[in-house]
Design a protein around this ligand. Sequence first.
Ligand code: NDP
Length: 247
Amino acid sequence: MNNNKVVVVTGGNRGIGLGITKSFLQANYNVIVGARNKPELDHQNLTFQYTDVKEEEDHIKLSNVGIEKYGKIDCYINNAGFSEWRPIDQIDDQFLTNILDTNLKGAFWGSKVASTLLDKGGSIINISSIAGKRGSSNNSAYVASKFGMNGLTQSLAKELGKSGIRVNAVCPVLISTDGLIEALKSPYAPASENPEEFIKEFSKTNSALLRMPTEDEIGKMCVFLASDNASAITGQCINIDCGVLPQ
Ligand code: NDP
């Protein structure tokens, strides 16, 4: 049974974003996915719109799909992003611009467009990272993008609260997506030899639960944050990390 609610998920075609898409479909939402590649998943309540999150105009087109098809948007999720480890002396203008424009500017444009369309009770969810809470070596560009995303979250919660719009972030730790595995293969990453082994070892030594979270667990938290059950929660950047960074 469709619940007539509408969620936009950037990067909802694979990895964590696909986990989010599936969780909202399970919760009977209409899901609009914005990415550069079509999702393989086929579902009657899933609509795809080509989107490059770096472009404000693309967020407008993406939102318009929701407005034209369903008349409204209830939740906008800024998930699209990537990580790449590089030491400071290897960071050039092109690298920095690409990572900040995708991870941070993309969330700005998504939030800006959503703020004009969401009604009272609507919400914005930013997929940040534990990297938005603490720094790590060879990771300054990505970490800065995610600290920025948490700052955006806190500020917009204050700014949009009077309109009844809530803004939250979730901060996952390592989740073995294609994107993460690729990034971990870099010689500057902490695990270039064997990413899967690194994640296993990290789970044993850093996680209270001796494991890492799943895409599904991120998706379920997003469904909760979008729901009326979370009506008093705004401005929070919530770790989903199996107890890696208790706060
Ligand atoms: P993936 O590489 O598996 O997926 C990245 C997603 O972002 C894809 O759907 C991709 O779609 C989309 N994307 C990337 N660039 C753009 C762009 N310019 N325009 C539109 N879509 C874009 O990564 P993850 O699933 O691992 O990461 C998803 C989010 O979660 C990111 O923001 C990441 O920083 C965050 N995160 C990931 C963690 C992890 O351990 N995996 C931990 C903490 C946070 P397409 O290429 O088709 O455009």
